[in-house]
Design a protein around this ligand. Structure first.
Ligand SMILES: NC(=O)c1ccc[n+]([C@@H]2O[C@H](COP(=O)([O-])OP(=O)(O)OC[C@H]3O[C@@H](n4cnc5c(N)ncnc54)[C@H](O)[C@@H]3O)[C@@H](O)[C@H]2O)c1
Length: 272
């Protein structure tokens, strides 16, 4: 499937994997990309990228991906200006890492510490539920557009109508200290399998990528010592994965019409 002239939305596009994916999509001549991110730098980052690309392709929207009204306004504005949104990479994500169960005996009396429910819910909201809703709204954008044009079930003589890539994680197979994050990312695999079946009716695909430790602010938040001692020795690259390597794989998943499943891009890292 060609990306040229398609309309895309990337969440978390102001940093890391999302930002680099925006650049790759723009290089493939996507018509317009809505960049939805919480960061107060979203506008300036999009302006910088537009300058680098030499055209006004990135359109910033600042807000929380969990907020349904924000999501609807991003889709409505993009649809009104550019037409149906048929590409989506919901990359916004957070971590709230701590051991699931811990005994704290810092002051002599053992105290049971269970991972905070509030943090668990926030991680599930951002990393699991929100990406699924942005993905479903993208399928809805194509479905409504087809309905308005009098088209029903997609036929094999039509071109592929669009694609979604969910961002899982190698940690979805389990990772010490990441109970909420691993749960959310594993949940996305179930969503991908279901959406990919339903989206086919409209000629769309849904895939998932499971990146390993990638050189972005999120990975560095685990701490340089942990990266040196516990991450790098467990990869065959001996370095963090570059965001452009993941963005490249995301573009492959979007463009190859035979792809409907999952891709692991973890440089050999796996849970022990
Ligand atoms: N970096 C890694 O090692 C790695 C590995 C596997 C998967 N991932 C996944 O890749 C995706 C991108 O991560 P990254 O490494 O580029 O991280 P990053 O921290 O560089 O970027 C995440 C972006 O998401 C935005 N964001 C966070 N919460 C948001 C919200 N509620 N609403 C709107 N925007 C929000 C942040 O402002 C930021 O710009 C995430 O889903 C992450 O879980 C990252």
């Amino acid at each position: 499937m060609e990306l040229k002239d398609k309309v895309a939305i990337v969440t978390g596009g102001a940093s890391g994997i999302g930002r680099t994916t925006c650049l790759k999509l723009a290089e493939q001549r996507v018509k317009a990309i809505g960049v939805a991110d919480l960061s107060d730098k979203t506008e300036s980052i999009c302006a910088e990228m537009n300058a680098e690309l030499g055209r006004e392709v990135l359109h910033p929207f600042r807000g929380d991906t969990v907020d349904g009204a924000f999501r609807e306004s991003v889709f409505e504005q993009m649809e009104e200006r550019f037409g149906a949104v048929s590409i989506c990479v919901p990359a916004a994500g957070i971590t709230r890492d701590r051991l699931a169960v811990k005994i704290d005996d810092g002051n002599g009396t053992p105290e049971l510490k269970i991972y905070a429910e509030e943090d668990f819910r926030r991680v599930l909201d951002i990393d699991l539920i929100a990406p699924i809703y942005w993905a479903m709204r993208t399928i809805g954008s194509v479905a409504m557009d087809r309905t308005r044009r009098g088209l029903g079930r997609w036929r094999p003589d039509e071109s592929n109508q669009g694609a979604i890539v969910l961002i899982g994680s190698a940690a979805s197979a389990g990772n010490r200290g990441q109970i909420s994050y691993a749960t959310a990312k594993a949940g996305l695999a179930g969503a991908q399998a279901t959406l990919s079946l339903e989206a086919a009716y409209y000629g769309m695909r849904c895939a998932i990528i499971h990146p390993g430790f990638t050189d972005t602010p999120m990975a560095h938040a685990v701490g340089e010592e942990i990266i040196e001692k516990s991450v790098l020795p467990r990869t065959y690259l001996g370095r963090l994965i570059r965001p452009d390597e993941i963005a490249d794989a995301i573009c492959f998943l979007l463009t190859n019409s035979a792809v409907s499943g999952s891709l692991w891009a973890s440089a050999g890292w796996r849970p022990i």
